[in-house]
Design a protein around this ligand. Structure first.
Ligand SMILES: *Cc1c(COP(=O)(O)O)cnc(C)c1O
Length: 345
């Protein structure tokens, strides 16, 4: 039985073509700035995102954390959506590494407003932590791959500028937002001072993320990457995969989005499932399970594992399914059949 792995878009394995560019990549010592393939990936990413410079880092977590470090001083406050990845899944790193507090704003499907930002900004009085940075996540992971509207981001940018705050875009899945809307990523990145993007999710690379921003900002990030232990040597073998994926795997993401919609439409009709169909924008599907369902979240994970469909459960009454490069439309149709069988419908 073929395993259909819908746990995350991080489970993809490099394709044959990607392994070929990895095998033949020109490399050097990137800590000396000598790796031509890393330099090429950084230049290419900076260009795609409309920024002066970019920096290759091992993970999305490091991209966000180096950015926070470069934007803040210890004791500063950072405005962030309540369910953000940086808050939930980065091991408390903003406190650990940068000594900042996160001030959480509750969003709707991951989206908060300029008014919420303005209301949360602390007065310039010594009782308060100085508000320094706003973070926006696009697409939003916990909300289920939802896209942050450009118009609201523009309003937040205006408010941030008015109060002298920086804006960081956690764009781990920005490529998905761009593919789904047909909008150039610059529509969002032009409104941020810095942006992090991931190569190892939907793009299908084995490792890597990048930070992009002004040359001066990236220069400071370079130092913090070293401080955080992220300086790499012949990283060109990883960067080569990134260049390949940026050229070949961005447009195809619409296939993942179509497959996700297919899953949503099928699971929506099963008894005891609740899906916010308006939140299904890209490649992540969140399913809520009610008392009418035969399982709770962990129970469904277990039951589906027995039929070779791997998913995750983030809460007792919720499961998550993610489509990606390594699952075809046939696989998704097959998964739907197996899920229906488990549901006995
Ligand atoms: C995956 C992800 C990250 C970073 O993840 P790593 O596993 O550290 O690469 C950051 N932000 C969002 C929104 C993510 O989904």
């Amino acid at each position: 039985m073929k395993i259909i792995d819908l746990r995350s878009d991080t489970v993809t394995k490099p394709t044959t073509e990607m392994r070929e560019v990895i095998a033949t990549a020109e490399v050097g010592d990137d800590v000396f700035g000598d790796d031509p393939t890393v330099n090429k990936l950084q230049d290419k990413t900076a260009h795609l995102l409309g920024k002066e410079a970019a920096l290759f880092v091992p993970s999305g977590t490091m991209a966000n954390q180096v950015s926070i470090k470069a934007h803040t001083q210890p004791g500063d406050e950072v405005l962030i959506e309540a369910d953000a990845h940086v808050f939930n899944y980065e091991s408390g790193a903003p406190a650990f590494l940068s000594g900042v507090t996160l001030h959480r704003l509750s969003g709707v499907r991951g989206v908060f407003t300029a008014e919420q930002v303005e209301e949360a900004i602390r007065p310039g009085d010594h009782h308060f932590a100085p508000t320094r940075l706003v973070m926006i996540e696009n697409t939003n992971n916990r909300a289920g791959g939802t896209i942050f509207p450009v118009a609201e981001m523009q309003r937040i940018r205006d408010t941030a500028s008015r109060f002298d705050l920086s804006v960081h875009l956690d764009g781990a899945r920005l490529w998905n937002a761009s593919a789904a809307t047909g909008l150039d990523p610059r529509n969002w990145t032009d409104l941020a001072d810095s942006v992090s993007v991931c190569l190892s999710k939907g793009l299908g690379c084995p490792v890597g993320s990048l930070i992009a921003g002004s040359a001066e900002f990236i220069d400071r990030c370079h130092r913090y990457r070293k401080v955080f232990g992220g300086g790499m040597r012949q990283a060109g073998i990883l960067a080569a995969a990134g260049i390949y994926a940026l050229d070949n795997h961005r447009e195809r993401m619409v296939d993942d989005h179509r497959n996700c919609r297919l899953l949503a439409d099928a699971i929506y009709h099963l008894p005891g499932t609740v899906i916010d169909l308006q939140a299904v924008h890209t490649n992540i599907l969140i399913v809520e399970l009610t008392e009418d369902a035969p399982f709770d979240g962990p129970g469904m994970v277990k039951a589906l594992k027995e039929v070779g469909v791997w998913i995750t459960s983030g809460a007792l009454n919720k499961v998550r399914l993610v489509t990606h490069l390594d699952v075809s439309t046939e696989d998704v149709e097959d998964a739907v059949d197996r899920i229906r069988r488990v549901w006995s419908v």
